[in-house]
Design a protein. Sequence first.
Length: 114
Amino acid sequence: VQLVESGGGLVQPGGSLRLSCAASGFTFSNYVMRWHRQAPGKERELVAAIGSIGGRPFYADSVKGRFTISRVNAKNTVYLQMNSLTPEDTAVYYCNAIWRYEYWGQGTQVTGSS
């Protein structure tokens, strides 16, 4: 089982990034997919989630209206489009799959410069 995140980096305030998470080794379409983040010195927090066949996504209040989660089951991939980034969005972003089991990616660093 693997979840491999990509797309992180350094971004100016107000900029955008798109994170991708490529899944393998399990039936991706059965799983709820989530993005979490952990900033230095803080607990990991849930940022966004999307159901196994799409549906209405969940967003944390801190990212609502700026971030969009989506998935393409045919590609076993989930995305997080992040717009209007701020320094407060600086964190390691983790991809997470949950259903019968739970799997985590290794994380990708997003740094919003000030």
